[in-house]
Design a binder for this molecule. Structure first.
Ligand SMILES: Cc1cc2nc3c(=O)[nH]c(=O)nc-3n(C[C@H](O)[C@H](O)[C@H](O)COP(=O)(O)OP(=O)(O)OC[C@H]3O[C@@H](n4cnc5c(N)ncnc54)[C@H](O)[C@@H]3O)c2cc1C
Length: 462
């Protein structure tokens, strides 16, 4: 049996790695020049950096086992430090009452508690079945905290109002968490430790992408193929093969697709009208990463900061100095990555690197984060379609697409973050890869579309 895999990100590489270990013939086709997808690690100014913060965390024994097996001990435990940057102040995350009180002042803190209490007593109806992200968060944290710590960040990230954003996003990312839970945790009184409050994590000494580079090495060593800089144009008319940009094609017994679901489906022959209309409803959000090399070696201690302030366009800052020393090596500079989110149609997406670097430098200069240090140079990476937008109604749009793939295109499995239109982290994409490999190698019959629906995830990205 020969398997064709589109994309060498965590989902595609996991499937390829496991199938080749079981003796199957596998060919991976990756449009970019590297493996690792969004979780790759690159060299920059003599240091190693990821595409924004990449902390790996999973409660799934299968995922952890695989990740650790590939890392083969080349990991360090990182003491997690990530705070919220709001109105030029640092708020501890998870919330610590004394720190929040000091930053906000007593009147604002009391008004947050009053707003939460009001929600608890009077907001029952909204709590029962929240439909939007806003309803969900207000039910869990109260209106005031929603406005301070969720609204601006989420609207920057998704580009739509929190009323238009589906509650699924919150349920997946802030599961079973509330102001009450945060306060209990801060006082050491919670019985169940929430996953998002983990105080340390393991990180590969070669960067997050080390895992997928090693998988690729093992795939090649086992006789598999990994074709870089080889974009797949689409599927052949019988959905049994891949078409390439030079007009050639290649037949496979089964295809694993991690390319954007919308693009893969649009390449299928004879799509019913209902399916093409549904595809038109699914949208993705882009990320612009502006890396700045700063002439300093200890700017702030966080691995990353959430920038909630509505007056700044940037949403998150990663400080690669604070992950593992192997990333910066002997260098004395700090590399920061500033994240901006936008749609294809937004002007900023078309800006050249010079304009983007100037914008990032100006935004940073207006904060206290640089502490007078100078920015030596900048570099830009644009990531198209990296966030599937959970706009209200997206599940209804996905349904005819999934039904069509299940019934009419059984030779193709769509997995991964944009591949399955699921807001995956690495662990979800690895799990999808594991289950897809088990389906092919062992006939396991897993329903790949059900993953992530009841899976514990991170609060950070909310
Ligand atoms: C800024 C940022 C921060 C993140 N932080 C974290 C974090 O802290 N922890 C965490 O676990 N996860 C994090 N993630 C998510 C993580 O990067 C993704 O979940 C993971 O990379 C998804 O893997 P994937 O294989 O599903 O998709 P991808 O990584 O997107 O890989 C898909 C691959 O398919 C390739 N491809 C696309 N189209 C084609 C085509 N036509 N032909 C051939 N190849 C194609 C792409 O080039 C890519 O390599 C973050 C993501 C971003 C953007």
């Amino acid at each position: 049996m020969e398997i064709g895999i589109i994309g060498a990100g965590p989902a595609g590489m996991t499937t390829a790695y496991l199938l080749t270990q079981k003796g199957h013939k596998v060919a991976v086709f990756e449009s970019g020049p590297h493996v690792g997808g969004l979780a790759r690690t690159i060299s920059l100014w003599g240091q190693r950096v990821d595409l924004g913060p990449h902390r790996f965390l999973s409660k799934d024994a299968r995922v952890n086992h695989l990740w650790e097996e590939v890392a083969a001990g080349d990991l360090r435990v990182v003491k997690r430090m990530t705070r919220i940057f709001y109105s030029n102040q640092f708020y501890d995350y998870p919330l610590r009452p004394i720190n929040a009180l000091r930053n906000m002042g007593l009147p604002t803190a009391l008004s947050c508690l009053a707003s939460y209490a009001r929600q608890k007593w009077t907001g029952r109806a909204r709590l029962e079945k929240p439909e939007s992200f806003e309803e969900w968060v207000v039910a869990a944290f109260g209106q005031k905290l929603f406005e301070m710590f969720f609204k601006s960040y989420s609207e920057k990230l998704w580009g739509i109002s929190c009323e238009e954003l589906d509650a699924d996003f919150a349920a997946q990312r802030i599961k079973k968490f509330s102001l009450g839970g945060a306060l209990l945790s801060a006082m050491g009184l919670d019985r169940q430790k929430h996953r998002t409050l983990a105080h340390e994590f393991k990180y590969p000494t070669g960067g997050t992408g080390m895992i997928y580079d090693r998988m690729a090495e093992k795939v090649l060593a086992a006789g598999g193929e990994v074709h870089l800089s080889t974009p797949v144009a689409g599927l052949t008319a019988d959905a049994q093969g891949l078409r390439f940009q030079d007009g050639s094609s290649r037949h496979f017994d089964h295809i694993i697709s991690t390319m954007p679901l919308t693009l893969m489906c649009r390449s299928l022959a004879d799509l019913p009208l209902e399916v093409s209309e549904a595809l038109g409803q699914l949208t993705y959000r882009n990320t612009i990463l502006v890396y700045l090399r700063v002439d300093a070696d200890s700017l702030f201690p966080d691995q990353w900061l959430y920038v909630q302030s509505p007056d700044l366009k940037l949403g998150r800052i990663t400080n690669f100095r604070n992950w593992v020393p192997e990333l910066h090596g002997e260098s004395r500079d700090t590399i920061l990555a500033l994240e901006y989110w936008c749609d294809d149609a937004d002007e900023v997406w078309k800006w050249d690197d010079v304009g983007l670097i100037e914008m990032a430098k100006a935004e940073l200069a207006g904060t206290r984060l640089l502490q007078g240090a100078s920015v030596l140079e900048g570099s830009v990476i644009k990531l198209p379609r990296c966030y599937p937008v959970y706009r209200k109604g997206y599940r209804q749009s996905l349904k005819p697409i999934i039904d069509h793939l299940r019934t009419q295109v059984p030779t193709v499995s769509a997995i991964g973050r944009y591949g399955a239109f699921k807001y995956n982290n690495q662990d979800h994409s690895i799990l999808m890869g594991i289950l897809a490999a088990e389906n092919i190698a062992d006939g396991a019959g897993h329903d790949l579309w059900s993953i992530n629906s009841d899976y514990e995830v991170y609060q950070e990205e909310a």
